[in-house]
Design a binder for this molecule. Sequence first.
Ligand code: NAD
Length: 467
Amino acid sequence: MSDYKLLINGALVNGDAMLDVVNPATEAVFATCARASKAQLDQAVAAAQAAFPAWSKTSIDERRALLLKIADAIQANLNDLARLLVQEQGKPLQDAMGEIFGAAAFFRYFTTLSLDARVVSDDATSRVEVRRRPLGVVGCIVPWNFPMILMAFKVPAALLAGNTVIVKPAPTTPLTALKLGEIIKDIVPPGVVNIIADNNELGGEMTKHPGIRKISFTGSTETGKKVMASAADALKRISLELGGNDALIVLDDVDLKETAPKVLGAAMQNAGQVCIAAKRIYVHESMYDAMCDELARLAGEMVVGDGLEQGTQMGPLQNKAQFEKVLGFIESAKKDGKVIAGGGRKGDKGYFIEPTIVRDITDGAKLVDEEQFGPVMPVIKYSDPAEAVARANASIYGLGGSIWAKDTEKAWSLAEQMESGSVWVNKHADLQPHLPFGGSKFSGIGSELGEEGLKEFTQVQVLNMAR
Ligand code: NAD
């Protein structure tokens, strides 16, 4: 028996097994939750299939009303959800509050969208309309870095379009998702939203499940490839939001004191575990030394600690595997460059890593070419901005990127040459619900958010009548 149950067909149920959840700040198991079996996944899919005909026939206003109720319910539980998020994920409490609040806001945002039929012709010879139909059951697979907001990229859009959903959080952060199930149980018609938890074995089952028509996946590129392969058999729709290696390019005219803290924030937010964190910092040679010094000074001042402690600016890495992976990146960076801030584990309990700055490192080094997904920032020198953009583009990834300059026209024209799905000027990682978000190359397929994101949960249908 556990406090955190699965939501299947409108009922909170125990799992066929249990899952321990570790607080990454203490390394101690602090909760146990229900873990679904394959049979329970099948029950959830059957419930979602059974709920689909009625739900897909509701009016869009009814569906909007449900999204608003879910948003209100999330907001009414903001404090509890935020504290739970800190305990399972590690981030500072104020960031967790922002994430939960953001999740509610994203549910609200989708109520502003419509899926009206587009009348192509209506004359003496024909009536033709392009319509958007729901797909059926959608599987929403979520990673551990932002368990709630990334769920809210998917679920409201899928529901508004008339689909029913199965949500599966990551095994190390299942609690906020399961808690959400408890909160919305009496609001949502049975089977319309089902929430299950696993220990990494049901994602693959979902992607090949014949009862699921679409997988909306956020996670690593390696797992994304598996999703694509296993979705092929049932010709399932997929959208993949995958890894990134965002370049942040600082031109020679910026105000150093003003820019450095923003650059640091772009790399260190959520302990660097952000798909669109700035992961490679290219700085013009004219200010390279001064920028490295300032970044190192600021990194040294960051308060790293338990997210529930007041004043914490950066929490631990979310799980042991990621913690060890990031320590490996630091070891390789010690050979490939010069560590000028941080450089190792902080303390001896919890998955804490010191905010680390590495200079005199360049393309070809592991820390520059691969996705570190942690608080370790390589600062790379360049001389020609066009060459910096070319180096930014010379990556398998293409998620985000940014250019920083006082000369905004120059920055804009360089931004136009970046190959990533989002490019920012004088900011980084500005995600908003009305702006489509997605990656190019190995960073993904399709978009989430905005009208584009909503349409990914639909099938186009043309109604064409002779007169
Ligand atoms: P992951 O790929 O290991 O896990 C993501 C989810 O997939 C989890 O729920 C997991 O249980 C599930 N899963 C595992 N095996 C599966 C399989 N065979 N089929 C289907 N699902 C399966 O990723 P992670 O380590 O949790 O997350 C970190 C990665 O996610 C980073 O690379 C990061 O850049 C990326 N990410 C991308 C975005 C984006 O929007 N592009 C956002 C956040 C994170």
